[in-house]
Design a protein. Structure first.
Length: 676
């Protein structure tokens, strides 16, 4: 390549990366804190300062450490730990850590640190496409990639998704380079990339079977007389990679088994937490590894958490809430959330392979096997909460699609017009959805205004709209309002200057136990997050206290994820849930008579919900009225078995135990019921 061409290429790459950085900065300035950012950031900060890896073992420490690194020189107020269960401790202390300091400053520094991995990923897409195909295809891939709405939605958040996409792609690219031209240095780079990917997110473990499959393919296609030698070389390489990765895992946790320093313990303890793992096989395996200290305690705890949450997190799919994920979720999410240019590039890629315009056999294996394997695992998983979990497949698809595009261009120069149109389409669709990248859906599905019809949660609403909500309220001079906010408790709208009174959400009632003074009828404006409107937390239909709002046309929709309603609204289910929670609180504080009034009011307002009936049963047991308590518990059980029973399975064993206890009142008072 001539010198002037290299310079022009380098300048173009730098400009595109700067453009990507600018998009991420602008996105940061328009997005409030999302569900997970504060607790990730606090956890990373405590890992740096106190070597504490037990505050948030849900994910490994790498991205959290990277995000918190720019905060280390700052003089910050750090909340005092209170020994609560790890999720409550980290979420609430994370909120205090961010918002008792300069929240915008902290988040900007942390998000820009995480953006380094997003910029590195974009650069790797260029380098891989250039090495596999050519420079023009690489520039095309990079230009498309920097305008991908899904990358822009998550590329500057203090979360693990973009970082994991970067490191998985880096590991496969490094392995490909080692397969082409083996060397100790290239093997070390590939091994370290695997270690970093696993330390970024537990899905990095999928690189292990990917490496094995790609190595097996390399052995299978080697010359028969060299096959044994090739097999031995790859076995040695995989063994070396395993040693490097294992050493990196321990090094990241300071070569210490205990998750927490100075005698602090996990809450709940690992042995107790492992009992919640749904699969007995997984539970026994993790228990055995813990017994011999095969992996750090925090890492094992995170693996257990992944298994547990995959079984308890509901998913919203095409207007219905499911208790677990369904296999169609990620295929549909990919088709809805991917840009039309990317989908067309995928079609071009397969067409180029079918017509043998792409004959790069080794390269095709390295570009197709990892995303296909990852996608199949995602489909079989039950944690269906966002297309962000598919981000690792995108760099492979852009690389392959760009290579296929240039393969067609070589056959007919008129393909240049089509490719230019695809690039223009990508740019326009990205600019149009700014800054609400998270709610993006492509034009085939109606665009971002229709995303909520098919998907919710982090596909639309991760709580990132508070800055836009504040702007809307100020513009309309609204000082009194109500707000059902999806991450309420983990993030307080008041911290962004939003004056609305909070309506109950599942997390504020059953997890954080926040008291709500919610009347049965309210006057608007009423703001409702898309995820709460969809019923992700309480359940949909008759279980959702905000389901009636679906029949009302909103006055406004803020960033496609917060709905504004004006008028007078009856919300008896929300009020009933709030009164039931107040009854339980009064019972805990030794006020059974006051609790009885609250529980009876809860049942009057929401007779068709399990919680008020169960709360009334608890209060009646405390008042030594077991026959009446049994009647309430039996009503609650009937509701759990007949009203969307697939979403209320956790109630059944609890209520059966309550019924058994109230049938034997001499055994003592009832426990205080909490949401399963």
């Amino acid at each position: 390549m001539p010198t002037h061409t290299r310079r022009w290429t380098a300048l173009t790459v730098v400009c595109l990366l700067l453009l990507l950085l600018g998009e991420l900065v602008l996105s940061d300035q328009r997005n409030s804190a999302t569900w997970d950012e504060a607790h990730h950031l606090f956890s990373g900060y405590e890992s740096w300062k106190q070597a504490d890896f037990g505050l948030n073992p849900e994910v490994p420490p790498l991205v959290k450490l990277l995000a918190a690194a720019p905060l280390l020189p700052m003089h910050l107020q750090v909340p005092k730990l209170q020994g609560r269960p790890f999720q409550t401790e980290c979420f609430l202390d994370g909120k205090a850590f961010v918002f008792k300091n300069d929240a915008s400053r902290l988040l900007f520094r942390a998000r820009m640190a995480v953006s380094i991995l997003t910029l590195l990923l974009a650069l790797l897409v260029f380098l891989a496409t250039q090495e596999i195909f050519n420079t023009k295809a690489a520039l095309f891939a990079l230009a498309l990639f920097v305008f991908d709405p899904n990358l822009l939605a998550h590329g500057a958040l203090v979360t693990t998704d973009a970082g994991e996409a970067c490191l998985i792609f880096a590991a496969i690219y490094a392995l490909y380079r080692n397969a082409k031209n083996p060397s100790a240095g290239r093997l070390l780079v590939a091994s370290m990339a695997v270690g970093l990917a696993i330390l970024s997110k537990f899905t990095g473990i999928l690189l292990i079977p990917m490496f094995v499959l790609l190595a097996a393919r390399e052995v299978a296609v080697s010359a028969p007389q060299l096959r044994k030698q090739s097999a031995l070389r790859w076995l040695r390489s995989l063994a070396v990679a395993g040693v490097v990765v294992y050493a990196m895992l321990w090094a990241a946790y300071g070569f210490r088994y205990a998750a927490r320093p100075n005698g602090l313990s996990l809450n709940p303890p690992l042995a107790e937490y492992l009992q919640q793992v749904p699969s007995q096989v997984d539970a026994h395996l993790l228990t055995d590894m813990a017994r011999v200290h095969f992996l750090p305690e925090s890492f094992l705890y995170g693996l257990a958490n992944t298994k547990i949450t995959a079984e308890i997190d509901p998913s919203y799919f095409f207007g219905k809430v499911y208790p677990h994920g369904i296999w169609l979720y990620f295929p549909a999410a990919f088709l809805i959330k991917s840009t039309v240019p990317l989908l067309l590039l995928c079609v071009l890629g397969f067409a180029a392979i079918a017509t043998r315009k792409l004959n790069h056999q080794r390269e095709l294996w390295f570009l197709l096997l990892p995303p296909a394997f990852y996608f199949l695992v995602a489909m079989s998983n039950h944690m269906d909460i966002g297309v962000r979990h598919l981000l690792p497949i995108y760099p492979f698809l852009y690389t392959l699609g760009a290579g296929a595009s240039w393969a067609f261009l070589r056959t007919n120069r008129r393909w240049a017009y089509a490719l230019a149109a695809l690039l223009l389409w990508q740019v326009v669709t990205s600019v149009r959805v700014f800054p609400a990248y998270m709610a993006y859906a492509n034009e085939l599905w109606g665009g971002p205004t229709k995303t909520h019809l098919y998907l919710s949660d982090a596909n639309v609403d991760w709580g990132q709209q508070l800055l836009a909500v504040r702007e809307y309220l100020q513009k309309h001079n609204i000082q009194q309002c109500w707000f059902a906010y999806f991450p309420a408790g983990a993030i307080d709208p008041a911290d962004y200057g939003i004056p609305c009174k909070l309506l109950p959400t599942a997390d504020t009632i059953w997890w954080l136990n926040e008291v709500h003074d919610t009347p049965s009828a309210i006057n608007g404006p009423v703001l409702i997050s898309d995820s709460d409107l969809a019923g992700i937390e309480f359940g949909d239909g008759p279980l959702n206290p905000y389901d009636s709002f679906k029949k009302v046309k909103p006055s406004a929709v803020i960033q496609y994820g917060v709905y504004v309603y004006d008028g007078h609204f009856n919300i008896p289910l929300a009020a009933g849930l709030a009164h039931a929670q107040q009854a339980e609180d009064m019972l805990r504080s030794g006020q059974p008579q006051a609790a009885l009034a609250e529980a009876q009011q809860a049942v009057d307002l929401a007779p068709g919900l399990v919680n008020p009936q169960a709360a009334l049963g608890d209060v009646l047991m405390a008042l030594h009225r077991p026959a009446e308590a049994c009647a309430s518990y039996k009503t609650a059980l009937h509701l759990a078995l007949t009203v969307r029973p697939e979403l209320q399975t956790d109630w059944r064993p609890v209520l059966l135990a309550d019924i058994q206890r109230c049938s034997q009142p001499a055994t003592g008072q009832a426990h205080v019921q909490t949401e399963p």
